[in-house]
Design a binder for this molecule. Structure first.
Ligand code: SF4
Length: 688
């Protein structure tokens, strides 16, 4: 038999900064083979991660949902508790469920809930058009990037940074609070060029020896939640030992003299006591950083997932301003470039019909919200209906004991539109089968690079699967929601959005699908000013302008001691870090990923294990006031003794007692504007 093989362009839609340009092998027009990185897209540069290279495992997984389902058995059981129904019957039932909730308690009793299962702007954000047209409760998108965005805004004032491709021109690259070898491999492509061609050094700041840290020239394994102290002590040395570029700061910063005076007491001895690092390590790092003109900080998400996360991130962004590294090619910093392209989101999200009086509920606090916490609901109605796309809150949301109780409520109507029977879908009344990115059209901005990318469907929908856009429009028709966007195709929405944003239309878009929106050097490096009205970088953060919870945040960068720093009963600091093979929960059911990751595992210092009488590989119970879980322990010396790492995110059912690591994490909002604090958890350890 002759197979017809062609190779088609696409874009990775997953929640990863790289947004890789892909070349997908298509077989006989209806299956895929290997997935490759596009060589000629200069950030992807021919490289993708292993999980997407093997996307066929996910695309053609035998557990893909392919028809609408109605729950006929108990919540939480899974596929056996559901029976197939037609699309018309399913959408009618969902519309009835949402209407019933709105009639009983008002429209705000309905909460459309989504996140970044796809980063495509049409298929991800179209749910907001339905929300705004119907007056349903709004959603505060805090679970991932709120703390980073707020911290970056405090100093830089614009949500963009120096082009990631410039890492290849750097003499020193600092990966701060990230593990690109596991979570965005393309960073390492550009780091490798700098090392090969310039002899550049790589420093990794992370609480444990990740694969990225193991590949670095210097690894600083600090305690979680203490990065602000490290940044302050580094700046102390930069000022003291003549590495500060006073001329640059006089022109581009608001108060360098005030910062220098503030840092006088924040020396390496002070920071060593907070971070658990040695004074010598802090000084060595400061000299390495100060001695490199072209130093580039790739700012990760990890160290922002803490109650003081925005303050920590802000402190790190001050470093290139003190040395003036922003002014050099290969110098500066990048957290995210999602703000680089000024897209007009009005049509896709229905911003023209948004009523600003509608309440906003914090997505990270879905547990307290569903359990009726008045801090979240105010004097508004309870949430009695959920319509969920692109996320799996039963597993990924913090404080999952509360989340589970909330979803179990008898009076809650839930519809989940998904690709798999996730643990959230298993709690739904109606489950609708969703297309993957290979089966629908969309366009994508990126965190790590400067391209706006357009991607067309290359496979027919599996079974009866429908896209998020189709489902939103189908519900809009039944609910009587009015907006021009409900009558448009995804490609028409993209075309109108591009034109409204002053960008090339679909017809004018580059044939390869990648529009490089990179800026001229002076703009990209903030030489024509930072994002604040005075065009300066702000060493004095105006936290009050960024969020209501600002009282405990000092204006100058500092260590902000508001973390859950434990007590004698909970002496260990838990970090629930991302694994290499999973991406949130998107790949935690593929055979190769499960085989590589093994089982839920805690990395624990050998001396701690010995003290607890637990051998390498034995079971350990990890707990705090929210509950406890059992995992297997692995002796690991690449961290401080107080630190425990559990990589994931594993499904709840992978844990012995059926609930996963987020049972232990808190739904407390980070300061000043909210944000999930996944890596800010104190726990005890016991033999299981
Ligand atoms: S590295 Fe990130 S963007 Fe690239 S293929 Fe993997 S998950 Fe997708």
């Amino acid at each position: 038999m002759i197979l017809l093989l062609d190779v088609l362009p696409s874009v990775c839609p997953h929640d990863c900064p790289s947004a890789c340009a892909l070349e997908v092998e298509r077989i006989d027009g209806n299956r895929i083979g290997r997935v490759h990185g596009a060589r000629s897209q200069s950030y992807t540069a021919g490289v993708v991660c292993a999980k997407v290279a093997r996307y066929a495992e996910r695309q053609h997984h035998p557990d893909r949902l392919w028809q609408p389902l109605r729950r006929v058995g108990d919540k939480g059981v899974g596929r056996a508790a559901f029976a197939p129904i037609s699309w018309d019957a399913a959408l009618d039932e969902v519309a009835e469920g949402l209407t019933r909730a709105a009639q009983r308690h008002g429209a705000q009793a309905v909460w459309p809930y989504y996140y970044s299962g796809t980063m495509g702007l049409v298929q991800r954000d179209g749910i907001n058009r339905l929300r705004h047209a119907m007056g349903y409760s709004r959603e505060d998108l805090t679970i991932c990037s709120m703390l980073t965005a707020t911290g970056w805004a405090a100093g830089v004032g614009a949500r963009r940074g120096v082009d990631g491709r410039e890492m290849a021109k750097s003499d020193l690259i600092v990966v701060w609070g990230g593990n690109p070898v596991s979570t965005q491999i393309n960073v390492m492509t550009h780091v490798a060029i700098a090392r090969r061609e310039r002899g550049a050094k790589l420093v990794v700041v992370d609480p444990y020896r990740t694969a990225s840290a193991a590949a670095a020239d210097l690894h600083l394994a600090l305690l979680p939640g203490t990065d602000g102290a490290l940044a302050c002590a580094v700046m102390h040395i930069l000022f003291k030992e003549g590495y500060a570029d006073r001329q640059y700061m006089a022109r581009y910063a608001d108060d360098p003299a005030g910062l220098e005076a503030h840092l006088a007491a924040r020396d390496p001895e002070w920071a060593a006591a907070i971070t658990g690092l040695s004074e010598a390590a802090i000084v060595d790092f400061a000299r390495l950083y100060g001695g490199a003109r072209r130093s580039y900080i790739r700012v990760g998400y990890g160290f922002s997932r803490s109650r003081n996360g925005s303050a920590q991130l802000f402190a790190v962004t001050c470093l290139p301003t003190v040395t003036g590294a922003w002014q050099y090619e290969g110098g500066g910093a990048l957290q995210s470039n999602h703000g680089l392209v000024a897209l007009d989101h009005t049509l896709i999200e229905g911003l023209d019909v948004l009523d600003p009086a509608t309440r906003i509920l914090d997505q990270s606090r879905i547990g307290p919200v569903l359990m009726g916490d008045r801090r979240d609901l105010g004097d508004g109605p309870p949430v009695t209906a959920l319509f969920i796309q692109n996320t799996n809150p039963m597993v990924v949301a913090p404080e999952s004991g509360l989340v589970r109780q909330g979803f179990a409520r008898d009076d809650l109507f839930t519809c989940v539109h998904e690709q798999f029977m996730t643990e959230t879908a298993a709690m739904a009344d109606i489950v609708l089968p969703a297309t993957t990115f290979l089966e629908h059209d969309d366009f994508y901005t990126a965190g790590a690079h400067t391209y706006l990318q357009l991607s067309r469907a290359i496979l027919p929908p599996q079974g009866e699967c429908r896209s998020n856009h189709d489902v939103v429009c189908g519900l809009a028709r039944r609910l009587g929601a009015r907006h021009p966007g409900f009558a448009m195709t995804p490609l028409e929405l993209i075309d109108h959005t591009l034109r409204a944003s002053g960008l090339p239309s679909v017809a004018e878009f580059p044939a390869n699908g990648w529009l490089d929106c990179g800026q001229p050097f002076a703009t990209a490096h903030f030489l024509d000013g930072f994002g604040h009205a005075d065009k300066k970088f702000h060493f004095r953060a105006d936290w009050a302008a960024l969020g209501h919870d600002h009282a405990r945040l000092p204006s100058f960068p500092d260590h902000v001691a508001v973390t859950d720093d434990g007590d004698p009963a909970r002496p260990f600091r838990l970090v629930a870090a991302p694994s290499r093979s999973f991406l949130n929960t998107s790949f935690n059911n593929t055979p190769s990923g499960i085989a590589r990751e093994g089982r839920p595992t805690a990395l624990v210092h050998p001396a701690v294990l010995a003290g607890l009488g637990i051998a390498d590989g034995e079971r350990v119970r990890i707990g705090n006031g929210k509950g406890n879980v059992v995992v297997h322990a692995r002796a690991f010396d690449g961290l401080q003794q107080r630190v425990v790492i559990v990589e994931g995110v594993w499904p709840n059912h992978a844990f012995e007692e059926g609930i996963g690591i987020n049972l232990l994490t808190s739904a407390d909002p980070g300061s000043p504007r909210g944000g999930a604090v996944f890596h800010d958890t104190s726990v005890w350890l016991r033999p299981a």
